[in-house]
Write a protein that binds this ligand. Structure first.
Ligand code: FAD
Length: 381
């Protein structure tokens, strides 16, 4: 692997090594099997839980591994270098559902839900997006109406990672239709009457990641399952997305690095015109540009992770890191297929899958257009 220049301390370097070895040994051999079947790799996620990768940054008192945001980025990067789908599940479980509970739920809720999430005994999902509201998440139609000591939830959520395999969900719903942005967050458990899983999506990439619709038909949610205060859900969600964007940035860096590693290997092996591809300057320049952009993306992602670690506002840094890293990954995956020629188009070579998986990264957790809106808003405020 073309190594990063970013300096890591001893612990972070060891975590990178552990994640890399795990990905090479446990994930690489089964990647294409799960991609083809679109089955969720449950056993693999139990192993990830055993390593602490399903509770990466959460304190040990809740069963977490107590690692830093930078170490979280490194783990996601290393998993994505081998399988972006697995990395997506790890990023969503940690950064969306579990982090929402950790940052905003009360102590009783944290003690009840976090240990099972951090160990991987239960997987988490986070429901913001709906059929009619994606980028404009505030336009959601799912409603929660208070009735005594319960909230009655009606509506649906779309494209929810871990929709069918997850057991604990954070769901955003409108709690006052008369007020703009009066949205609240609720803790839902699989098995609550009226809470069901709809269509499982048949996807272009990230195929072993479980993406489903969630349906709420008069779900009676106990009042104590409200997360934080009524009406604060949207603000909470925006903060969760800031952190999530660092994870998607890290995933993008890992995917791009995987595409570059495969391209270097292939360019050294493949002969045309009596030379290896790596001897042609046209190919060398592609590799050089890929490596330079990936390193720049990595530094933006690590910088945002370190800002998070210091408790600074990360809205701008996370949007810039996610936008640059995801668009870098799209270019890297594209060039990797080009360098492989026809072999890049067939499933025996990993770049074929990178090329399919990568497109989610400029869409999920805020599209590239939304990141530009966030960046511009920060510049002009
Ligand atoms: C595999 C997968 C997993 C996902 N997991 C989750 C999950 O776990 N939880 C969850 O809540 N959601 C999840 N999502 C949803 C994801 O976050 C949304 O798809 C994304 O936010 C975009 O919303 P949309 O698909 O409705 O697109 P739209 O918002 O309809 O956007 C369509 C296009 O219009 C552009 N656009 C929209 N508004 C503007 C504007 N004002 N200016 C310029 N361009 C604009 C967009 O950038 C995009 O290019 C997932 C999606 C996928 C595909």
């Amino acid at each position: 692997m073309a190594e990063t220049a970013a300096a890591l301390n001893e612990q972070s370097a060891m975590i990178r090594q552990t994640a890399r070895e795990f990905a090479e040994k446990e994930i690489k051999p089964i990647v294409m099997e799960y991609d083809e079947s679109q089955e969720f790799p449950k056993e693999l996620f139990s192993k990830l839980g055993g390593l602490g990768f399903l509770g990466i940054t959460f304190p040990e008192e809740y069963g977490g591994a107590g690692l830093s945001p930078l170490e979280s980025a490194i783990i996601i990067e290393e998993l994505a270098r081998v399988d972006p789908s697995t990395a997506l599940g790890v990023a969503a479980h940690n950064g969306l559902c579990t982090n929402h509970i950790f940052l905003f739920a009360g102590e009783v809720q944290k003690k009840k839900y976090l240990p099972d999430l951090c160990s991987g005994k239960k997987l988490g999902g986070w429901g913001l997006t709906e059929v009619f509201s994606g980028s404009d998440a505030g336009g959601m139609r799912t409603v929660a109406v208070k009735e005594g000591n319960k909230w009655i939830l009606n509506g649906s959520k779309n494209f929810i990672t871990h929709g069918s395999v997850g057991e604990t969900f954070v769901v955003l719903a409108v709690t006052d239709k008369t007020k703009q942005g009066a949205i609240s967050a609720f803790l839902l458990e699989k098995g609550m009457p009226g809470f069901s899983v709809g269509k499982k999506e048949n996807k272009l990439g990230m195929r072993s990641s479980d993406t489903c619709q969630l349906i709420f038909d008069n779900v009676r949610v106990p009042a104590e399952n409200l997360i934080g205060s009524e009406g604060e859900g949207f603000k909470q969600a925006l903060q969760i997305l800031d952190g999530g964007r660092i994870s998607i940035g890290a995933l993008s860096v890992g995917l791009a690095q995987g595409a570059l590693d495969a391209s270097i290997k292939y360019a050294k092996e493949r002969h045309q015109f009596g030379k290896t591809l790596s001897e042609f300057q046209g190919i060398q320049f592609k590799l050089a540009d890929m490596a330079m952009e990936i390193e720049a993306a990595r530094l933006l992602v690590y910088n945002a992770a370190e800002m998070k670690m210091r408790g600074e506002n990360i809205t701008l840094a996370a949007a810039q890191a996610k936008l640059f890293a995801s668009e870098t990954a799209v270019r890297a995956a594209n060039e990797a297929v080009q360098i492989h020629g026809g072999y890049g188009f067939i499933k025996e070579f990993p770049v074929e899958k990178f090329y399919r998986d990568v497109k989610l990264l400029t869409i999920g957790e805020g599209t590239s257009e939304v990141q530009r809106m966030v960046i511009a808003r920060n510049l002009l405020k």
